[in-house]
Design a protein around this ligand. Structure first.
Ligand code: B12
Ligand code: SF4
Ligand code: SF4
Length: 397
């Protein structure tokens, strides 16, 4: 039997696809081979086994699929990797900005990136389909079966920063990634030789000490994860969240590569009028279902549901130390969802004082949920001591 000859790389296809991708709006484009991500598979399993990904489901068979593109697209030869810059000139909100506003992470200020980038990838895949009808494509953004950062690094788009983020030369880490796995044989680009050097600024900057000395991120302590996952936020980490309503940008704002990065040229990720760079926390705490859909539906914050955002708003109000928050938190003790009532109780405990204590005592008389009762009882003992933001990070590390 004669072995099949490997197909030669098509230079013409590579330059036409790259040009088309740039015309569609991708800021950076690189090609990676679709060989299995063997080292990354080991790294992912190792970080899961250390418990860093406990809020995520990563069974062995899913990790195997994520790390071998040919399982999702048989015959896969190449990965067309893209990066889209999202940071506009509006500076990320400072974590302890005064007043009752909650900071929104920059990647969520504008239109939902899954839809924006997903739409562009579909357009690129349609182009490839029309030009090379025998080839197949699979578009991925965020939820797709790929270790996206590892693919971007392999394609020479950027390097692994010690913060875990992929850093690019032009836009720093303020890029969102998206890929097309394809059966087309395209010549791979080379990984960059650039790295973070001696810099370690992001490690002590992290408010919860989530970034480990070896560059691994303990996602169970990462505020980005804590503001997205659906359960109760661990009590020991609530203060460190500060006034963040969604996501966390600290390891990016404290990065020297980002300090000299260019802002995004395209307007898709500029702050939407309904959301902006920060939101009124009492309004989020008492929003109706239709307000939730109107404000958060067009953004990537709509995916985890209304109660998660209200929970986050309660925690951020507790951290505000602004007594105007108290009546809003008292009202939230009557919310339908235990998740919201329990975090509002914690937040009132941070204030103490007569009105907060009276509301917590009244809650204990009527509350049927055991976890909410426990939160109210602990809150009545008063605020926990000595644990805010960066100090907490140090204590935990
Ligand atoms: C789960 C997830 C998270 C989790 C866990 C992240 C983590 N660092 O562990 C949480 C919710 C915490 C999170 C947070 C954020 N995320 Co996120 N997240 C993902 C998601 C869906 C999967 C990533 C994953 O599996 N993480 C587990 C770790 C172990 O994998 P990893 O970080 O990708 O690292 C792998 C490789 O890069 C490689 N690797 C990394 N370092 C090294 C070193 C060596 C030596 C080797 C061999 C390999 C290696 O091995 C790892 C295992 O495969 C991806 C989308 C995707 N499909 O990839 C987006 C993604 C990584 N997130 C993204 C973003 C924007 C963020 C935030 C900046 C959002 C925010 N502002 O709040 C933060 C940044 C937090 C941080 N410091 O990492 C972007 C990354 C953009 C970038 N420039 O890097 C992605 C790619 C989404 C996208 N499509 O753009 N995220
Ligand atoms: S908590 Fe914030 S600073 Fe720390 S790793 Fe997560 S995103 Fe970065
Ligand atoms: S702060 Fe320094 S170490 Fe961290 S990602 Fe940026 S350049 Fe790398």
């Amino acid at each position: 039997m004669i072995a099949a000859q490997p197909r030669p790389f098509s230079q013409d296809a590579k330059s036409r696809i790259t040009a088309r991708a740039q015309a569609i709006g991708f800021d950076l484009v690189g090609i990676a081979s679709a060989e299995p991500f063997v080292d990354e598979q080991r790294t992912l399993c190792e970080r899961r086994d250390r418990g860093y990904l406990d809020h995520w489901r990563y069974p062995d068979d899913l990790i195997a699929r994520i790390c071998d593109p040919a399982i999702s697209l048989p015959g896969a030869r190449s990965i067309i990797c893209t990066a889209t810059a999202y940071a506009s000139r509006d500076a990320p909100h400072a974590p302890y900005a005064p007043g009752l506003r909650g900071a929104v992470s920059a990647h969520a200020w504008g239109r939902d990136y899954h839809r924006v980038i997903g739409g562009r990838l579909q357009e690129l895949a349609a182009f490839i389909g029309s030009e090379y009808p025998d080839e197949r494509c699979l578009a991925c953004v965020d939820t797709g079966p790929l270790p996206e950062r590892a693919a971007a690094v392999r394609a020479g788009i950027g390097w692994f920063g010690k913060s875990g983020n992929v850093l690019t030369k032009r836009f720093g880490s303020y890029v969102l990634l998206g890929e097309i796995i394809t059966t087309l044989a395209l010549e791979p680009d080379r990984p960059l030789l650039t790295h973070c050097g001696n810099c370690e600024d992001c490690i002590p900057a992290c408010p919860t000490g989530a970034i480990q000395p070896d560059g691994a991120v303990d996602a169970t302590r990462c505020i980005s994860d804590l503001t997205q996952y659906k359960g109760a936020i661990p009590r020991a980490l609530r203060k460190a969240i500060g006034n963040r309503l969604w996501g966390c940008d600290t390891c990016q704002t404290d990065c020297r590569v980002n300090a000299r990065s260019r802002p995004a040229a395209d307007g898709s990720f500029r702050p939407l009028p309904e959301v902006g760079t920060s939101m009124d926390l009492p309004a989020v705490l008492r929003m109706t279902k239709s307000q939730f859909r109107e404000w958060f539906g067009p953004t990537s914050m709509g995916w985890r549901g209304k109660a998660v955002l209200q929970r986050n708003a309660a925690v951020a109000l507790g951290n505000s130390r602004d007594e105007r928050a108290i009546p809003h938190l008292v009202a939230a003790l009557s919310d339908r969802k235990p998740l919201v009532r329990g975090h509002a109780a914690w937040a009132l405990g941070e204030f103490g004082g007569d009105s907060a204590r009276a509301a917590l005592t009244a809650l204990l008389h009527r509350e049927g949920d055991a976890w909410v009762r426990e939160e109210a009882e602990l809150a009545l003992r008063g605020p926990e001591t000595g644990t805010t933001d960066r100090q907490l990070g140090k204590e935990l590390t």
